[in-house]
Design a protein around this ligand. Structure first.
Ligand SMILES: [Zn+2]
Ligand SMILES: [Zn+2]
Length: 153
């Protein structure tokens, strides 16, 4: 685990217990956007003593400690939340509303938008969360097929 995290944890007064470290590692190494239930299932494989309540509580704590981001990814699956590490450079999420595929956009334009909003509104910006919803190439093709061949009723 990078020294930077340890330091920021100490500053925030968050103790990194074994369970917290395990979850943080899972989120960090997956590089994905996992929901609490998937994280619980993964964590359980590494430590059978972990229970659901602990995992959910730990996620909340990691979020409050500024270590992970909680996302709703345009609510493509209702109220589900997803977690990702905050060690990644700020990025926008592009979500396929049909299959749930998530892409990440790291373009320089995001920094420009941030700067522009900051100066135009006089804001000190702490975070920028950008979500773009639509259909991925695969789902676009499927949707075209569906439209071309209406289901026989
Ligand atoms: Zn898709
Ligand atoms: Zn992401």
């Amino acid at each position: 685990m990078p020294a930077g995290i340890q330091e920021s944890l100490k500053q925030r007064g968050v103790r990194l217990t074994r369970q917290r470290r395990l979850l943080l590692d899972l989120i960090d190494s997956s590089g994905l956007h996992l929901d609490a239930e998937s994280l619980y299932q993964m964590a359980k494989e590494r430590d059978a003593r972990l229970n659901r309540v602990t995992v959910y509580r730990t996620l909340k704590l990691l979020k409050e400690g500024g270590l992970v981001d909680e996302l709703d990814l345009a609510h493509f699956q209702g109220d589900q939340h997803y977690y990702e590490t905050r060690l990644k450079k700020e990025h926008a999420h592009i979500i396929c509303l049909r299959c749930g595929r998530v892409e990440e956009f790291f373009g320089e334009e995001l920094q420009q938008l941030r700067a522009q909003v900051g100066s135009q509104f006089g804001f000190e910006i702490l975070f920028a969360r950008t979500e773009i919803g639509g259909y991925c190439p695969h789902c676009r093709a499927l949707r075209e097929q569906e439209e071309a061949t209406p289901a026989a009723s």
